[in-house]
Design a protein around this ligand. Structure first.
Ligand code: 4NP
Length: 176
């Protein structure tokens, strides 16, 4: 490599993508929905190479499962399709790998904080409902043991919170 090579390498933009992880209890209802809706918004704004997202669950139980069929029906009714997501549990490595970690409820936040026993990643934890304006929810309610309305409500709440989260990230990182 001669000097001109090293100069051109130096001048190449080297922006690492911003990484966002959505977290709920099982990773089959709320957090995969957040991932699907958020990815849709990111793609519509041509930001898919700059902002990447994933989702995970606090519990291991549903590892490898597709999102809950009732959740997929609600998502479909609002125009979203599942790209084939499979549930996985959150790992300690996720805490360092992701830039933003978005728990759906306060129990998820407490569980993440327990994993982060030394408090190194506290600033990454941003509860999803911090990003609502027009809903009174302080948490994304768990729809698992309820009816259809609960699943539809999750989609509507996530549409607003994901849009506001994306605007927050864009403004923090000067993306347009
Ligand atoms: P999620 O919903 O946390 O939004 O994926 C749940 C999924 C499974 C269970 C609870 C909540 N469960 O008890 O198995």
């Amino acid at each position: 490599m001669d000097r001109s090579d090293s100069i051109s390498l130096f001048m190449m933009p080297s922006h690492k993508p911003i990484r966002v992880l959505f977290v709920c209890l099982g990773n089959i209802c709320r957090s995969p929905s957040a991932e699907i809706i958020f990815k849709h918004l990111v793609s519509r704004q041509n930001l898919s190479s700059q902002i990447i997202s994933d989702s995970a669950g606090i519990i291991e139980y549903h590892r490898g499962s597709s999102p809950d069929a009732r959740m997929l029906t609600a998502l479909k009714n609002y125009g979203y399709t599942d790209p084939g997501l499979k549930a996985r549990p959150v790992t300690f490595r996720d805490l360092s790998d992701f830039d933003y970690i978005i728990p759906m409820d306060y129990q998820n936040l407490r569980d993440l904080s327990d994993m982060d026993s030394r408090g190194r990643y506290t600033e990454k934890f941003l509860p999803m409902c911090n990003f609502t304006e027009s809903f009174t929810d302080t948490e994304v309610p768990d729809p698992y043991y309820g009816g259809t309305d609960g699943f539809n409500h999750v989609v509507e709440l996530l549409e607003e919170t994901c849009a506001n989260l994306l605007e927050f990230i864009k403004s923090k990182h000067s993306l347009s």
